[in-house]
Ligand binder design. Structure first.
Ligand code: CP
Ligand code: NVA
Length: 318
């Protein structure tokens, strides 16, 4: 069965542990599961970390990454998403997408699975989730804090793609998650019920950042204005007033607490400069871990004994 990576919940607790271990293994030790093969990386939105970490991860696994902007393939304008996936699966051993709509990735998976084509689809950020970020977040917390079960994560700000995947991976790893989000930008009742069923950790939500951060071991945030929401910038900045992670928030966290942010960060808004540039910030290690986590996650989905070495048959024809 093809292993796609659309959400961190596509992986079991044990599999997440394996990926984190692989991420810490020496770069060359994962072999070359992509030797002689390509990886299609399609971006409907801008990127620094995800593009570079994925391109380098593909190279480190022996493959050749090809970057394409979304407007070039034209999902559902130039041709249907399904046709893009079917064609790319004939050239590449892996298709990864940064998309506006999560359903774009689900449609790729459905088309390839229906055709019996063994090419994993990887989510490089959608409106719903950001699982590659979550692997790097978990790796960074494990390196900073040691054993994660029983530790507490505080997430302060917009409950969006990054927060969702962070919450999911933290719960799977047995951590307690405390969300602090303003009304309207929080996890709704159905989402909290869904989260309550994930893993062995527990999740609570408040509107008060200091309550969430009290005694927490990792304090996370993300931008208040995600890609595609630029027109809402001023309204969002007003809605999130009082939700900046500042020195007073970090002061109530545990003594060994770290500050984390997926980046890009907007100093003076979701985090103050003294916090993100201060001694408890691990954001650059977290950012660099994106490459190690990506390499490990790709190796995990690709390097399976039952995988065929070539996507469509053994050469000519289709
Ligand atoms: N954190 C993250 O996904 O960064 P980029 O948008 O730069 O890829
Ligand atoms: N929530 C942000 C994350 C950026 C990595 C966005 O979607 O733009």
């Amino acid at each position: 069965m093809t292993r796609h990576l659309l959400d961190i919940t596509d992986f079991t607790v044990e599999e997440i542990g394996t990926v984190l271990d692989l991420a810490e293994a020496p770069v060359g030790s994962l072999g070359a599961p992509l030797a002689g093969q390509g990886a299609s990386l399609i971006f409907e939105k801008p990127s620094n970390r995800t593009r570079h970490s994925m391109e380098m991860a593909v190279v480190q696994l022996g493959g050749h990454p090809i970057y394409t902007r979304g407007e070039e393939v034209g999902f559902d304008t130039r041709e249907p998403v399904e046709d893009v996936a079917r064609i790319m699966a004939g050239y590449h051993a892996l298709i990864a997408g940064r998309v506006f709509e999560h359903s774009t990735l689900e449609r790729m998976v459905a088309a390839l699975d229906a055709d019996g084509v063994d090419v994993p689809v990887v989510n490089m950020l959608s409106d719903w989730s950001h699982p590659l970020q979550a692997f790097a977040d978990a790796l960074t917390m494990r390196q900073s804090l040691g054993d994660l079960p029983g530790r507490t994560v505080a997430y302060i700000g917009d409950y969006a793609n990054v927060a969702r995947s962070l919450t999911e991976v933290s719960l799977l790893l047995g951590m307690s998650v405390r969300l602090a989000c303003p009304h309207g930008f929080d996890a709704d009742g159905a989402e909290l019920e869904r989260l309550a069923l994930i893993g062995s950790g527990d999740v609570t939500q408040t509107t008060r950042p200091h309550d969430a951060a009290e005694g927490a071991h990792a304090v996370h945030t993300d931008t208040w204005v995600s890609m595609g929401q630029e027109r809402e910038k001023e309204a969002r900045r007003r809605a999130f007033e009082g939700y900046a992670v500042d020195a007073s928030v970090m002061a109530v966290a545990a003594d060994d607490a770290v500050f984390m942010h997926c980046l890009p960060a907007y100093r003076g808004f979701e985090v103050t400069a003294d916090v993100i540039d201060g001694p408890r910030s691990v954001v650059f290690r977290q950012g660099h871990n994106r490459m190690h986590a990506a390499r490990a996650a790709l190796a995990f989905v690709l390097d399976r004994p039952e995988r065929r070495p070539v996507a469509h048959g053994e050469g000519g024809g289709s």
